[in-house]
Design a protein around this ligand. Structure first.
Ligand SMILES: [Fe+2]
Length: 260
């Protein structure tokens, strides 16, 4: 598995505040079968704002500690970017991408995607970035109408779902929405969004449940193959579930209905 959404770098956002706890969490992830992890610290103008040099210094310090502790899990840089107008300036200036890929993890107001949401996404697409909407199932507007996730992926926005949402850790409504996204093929990634606030295990458990409720292939796509494609540079399809509708029966003409 590869976890594409975590807050494990200490003292940069609302995630970990202790390097040793971060190391313990990375070890727990490794023991869970996670081979690679993106350390996607919040980037939110006015709240969690930093230069790329500041991020890299903290990333490298954790990486050195992980190496010293003999961990084999691969650490990769990343950011969870709060979408605002003109955020493209910051994305370009600080290279706020996932590793060296064009993928960017984005978030917005959880109490409902703002009306100008797509207006803020479009310049990112035009500039060649590939946005992934973090924890889509937690947005009130998507809970009310899960097919918004499908509309977004039709407009080149990838969707990420939190493993904990599938387990019910954010409540019933979020869980229902998360499963609707998975069952309809409206999500591309399952990730932990781990903030180092408890045991790590959600990712493996969510994968097991998807294997049980959907199938092993879908679980592998969402937890390993598509996440690996970010670093590998392989294309990730926006649509990967194709529903074959049976052809509607042709209505017979009144002449045939009477004389057949
Ligand atoms: Fe997050």
């Amino acid at each position: 598995m590869i976890d594409i959404h975590t807050h494990i770098i200490p003292n940069i956002d609302d995630g970990s505040d202790d390097a040793q706890e971060s190391i313990a969490q990375l070890r727990a992830m490794q023991d869970c079968g996670v081979r690679g992890v993106y350390l996607t610290s919040h980037y939110f103008r006015g709240h969690y704002q930093y230069s790329r040099d500041e991020y890299d210094a903290k990333f490298n310090a954790l990486k050195q500690l992980a190496d010293k502790e003999g961990l084999s899990i691969v650490l990769m840089p990343g950011f969870e970017i709060f979408l605002q107008s003109d955020i493209l300036i910051d994305i370009k200036k600080h290279s706020l991408t996932m590793g060296h890929s064009p993928y960017i993890l984005i978030e917005s107001e959880l109490n409902g995607l703002p009306n100008d949401f797509y207006n803020n996404v479009f310049p990112l697409l035009r500039a060649g970035y590939k946005p992934i909407l973090a924890h889509a199932e937690r947005y009130v507007s998507i809970m009310k109408k899960p097919s918004i996730a499908e509309s977004l992926s039709n407009r080149n926005v990838y969707i990420q779902t939190n493993a904990g949402s599938l387990l019910g850790l954010y409540g019933e409504k979020v869980m229902k929405t998360a499963w609707t996204l998975v069952e309809n093929g409206w999500t591309h990634f399952i990730a932990s969004d781990d903030h180092v606030r408890g045991a790590y295990g959600v990712q493996a458990e969510a994968k097991r449940l998807i294997e049980e409720r959907i199938d092993a292939h879908t679980a592998d796509l969402l937890c390993r193959l598509y996440p690996a494609s970010i670093a590998g540079g392989d294309p990730i399809p926006y649509q990967y579930v194709f529903v074959h509708h049976s052809r509607p029966r042709k209505r017979r003409s009144w002449f045939k209905r009477i004389f057949a």
